[in-house]
Design a protein around this ligand. Structure first.
Ligand SMILES: [Zn+2]
Ligand SMILES: [Zn+2]
Length: 122
């Protein structure tokens, strides 16, 4: 699978039986289908988000991306209240892409609950 942002190749990694694809170049993360239940088993998963948030921020400006799995144009999901949560979601297969550093941020205590709710609404 190719990274939708930088076209680097993505490696499949496994965290608590959840499969995640990580780009070896920009370190963006792609989840097949991230559900609230899946998130619960992701405690400690900050460790899989090894990328540099500054690199992630740069790639975050690329808005026109195709889902790496089914090639559908991904939608930009943005929630700003009370904290900013943003990522790309595929309307077809429900795959979710995070730029480097984004996923790590959303696992922080203050944001985690809101993140779960956003995921739940997809
Ligand atoms: Zn990449
Ligand atoms: Zn897709």
């Amino acid at each position: 699978m190719k990274c939708p942002k930088c076209l680097g190749s993505m490696d499949t990694i496994n965290f608590n039986d959840v499969e995640v694809d990580r780009c070896e170049k920009c370190h963006g993360l792609f989840f097949d289908h991230l559900e609230k239940e899946t998130l619960r088993s992701m405690e400690g998963a900050e460790s899989i988000d090894i990328g540099d948030e500054f690199v992630g921020a740069r790639f975050n400006e690329i808005l026109d991306v195709a889902c790496p799995k089914c090639q559908t144009k991904m939608e930009h999901v943005l929630h700003t209240d009370p904290v900013e949560i943003k990522f790309e979601c595929c309307p077809s297969c429900k795959g979710i892409y995070f730029d480097a550093g984004e996923f790590r941020d959303y696992l922080e205590d203050e944001i985690y609950q809101q993140f779960q709710e956003v995921i739940d609404q997809l």
